[in-house]
Design a protein around this ligand. Structure first.
Ligand SMILES: [Zn+2]
Length: 401
């Protein structure tokens, strides 16, 4: 691993505004893993793209995405969130190119095949295949009968996936993890049929939100940045919209979808002009908002310590992505958590804490229950806890999404 700045993936600029660390020694990956290494990111002065400045080498990334990375498969009770999310994503993908009905469909980075199964349902006559590098995800997909093969775009693809061109290639929340998004898109381009469509979804960084404090998100892109990367890779962008998100909450506002085709005969795709929201004054304003967002994470643990003063026995409600954020970015608070409570319970553990069924919580008699869910739903969960007689500790005023 090397620390340094590579040129901006979008504009090629090399002038960076460094963002503060959300924690001095820790960071959290999008699969919930807590890393004992800080996350360093910076904003391009010229175009506003946020790029990770600690560069993983290719071998390290390959290890991460073939062995370690296991989004949604390993967290307790995560399956209850997943199916609604993938149905919504499949619908967003299908409607983005309606009434086009593809014959051959490829999903790049298909995880455990959840979206692919939802897509198959919407396009029952299409022949669909998914490519995924993570071994455990491929096994989980195949066990459920999803047509998924192991491989990585840009690397060697198994013949089941590489031997043909596709009418539709889509990729859900993958591009922000790649070390070279233009190379990633160019590799996809090789597999797209002449009249085909590419659909890419990823987080939308127009407003600072959780995606930016994920250490494995190497880029935080606004719709302009995603569009510009597609153009750089030789695609013709057709439409940019909001779409359902990458977590258990659908969060349309924080996620984007881009539809592209191949360019016409001339092959030329003009560079898009910088939109108003990325003009100089707005770029600086966005940088200020991003700085504040990182600062909120940096001060979260200390503020929670004050808020929890005098409450000895602490339980966390939730084992989702936001509970991972607490475990990662509020370690002193997390150390005090005795157990996690979820509806129905689980015989798994969560960051080595036992998981108890919410109905059995009374027997534990905690002094306080910290609400480990999305800030947007914390008021609702806190009310439920208070009505049941628990002292609920919220932090939605500290992190605003
Ligand atoms: Zn730039």
């Amino acid at each position: 691993m090397t620390t340094g700045y590579s040129p901006c993936a979008v504009c090629g600029g090399n002038d960076w505004l460094e963002l503060p660390l959300p924690h001095i020694t820790r960071s959290v990956r999008s699969d919930g893993a807590v890393l004992i290494e800080p996350m360093r990111k910076a904003q391009c002065s010229d175009c506003g793209l946020v790029q990770a400045t600690v560069l993983s080498d290719a071998a390290e990334l390959k290890t991460l995405y073939t062995r370690d990375y296991d989004i949604y498969n390993s967290r307790p009770s995560s399956e209850q969130f997943v199916s609604g999310r993938y149905t919504a994503l499949a619908q967003a993908i299908a409607s983005s190119i309606a009434p086009f009905k593809p014959q051959r469909v490829l999903e790049v980075g298909c995880g455990n095949g959840s979206a692919l199964k939802a897509v198959l349902h919407l396009w029952p006559n299409a022949s669909c295949i998914g490519v995924e590098p993570v071994t455990s995800a491929v096994k989980a997909a195949q066990a459920q009968g999803a047509p998924v093969v192991q491989g990585m775009i840009g690397g060697t693809l198994p013949s089941e996936a590489s031997g043909q061109k596709y009418d539709v290639i889509y990729s859900i929340h993958v591009i922000e993890h790649t070390d070279d998004p233009v190379a990633f898109l160019r590799a996809i381009k090789e597999l797209l049929a002449p009249q085909g469509r590419l659909i890419v979804t990823c987080p939308n960084a127009r407003v600072p939100n959780l995606e930016i404090v994920r250490s494995d998100h190497r880029f935080s892109m606004t719709p302009y940045h995603l569009t510009a990367l597609a153009q750089k890779a030789g695609f013709l962008p057709l439409r940019s919209t909001l779409c359902p998100g990458g977590g258990e909450d659908l969060d349309y506002e924080y996620n984007q979808l881009l539809v592209c085709s191949l360019p016409g005969k001339s092959g030329e795709v003009p560079k898009p002009p910088l939109p108003g929201y990325l003009q100089e004054a707005n770029r600086l304003q966005l940088f200020g908002a991003r700085r504040r967002y990182f600062h909120d994470f940096a001060t979260l643990d200390g503020t929670l310590q004050t808020r929890l003063h005098g409450h000895k026995r602490l339980v966390c409600f939730g084992t989702g992505g936001w509970a991972c954020i607490l475990a990662g970015y509020a370690p002193k608070t997390w150390e005090r958590v005795e157990a996690c409570a979820i509806d129905g319970g689980s015989n798994q553990t969560f960051f080595e804490k036992p998981i108890v069924a919410y109905d059995d919580l009374r027997q534990m008699g905690p002094d306080a229950v910290i609400v480990g869910v999305n800030p947007a739903t914390q008021p609702m969960i806190a009310q439920r806890l208070e009505e049941a007689g628990y002292h609920a500790v919220r932090w939605d005023d500290l992190i605003t999404m």
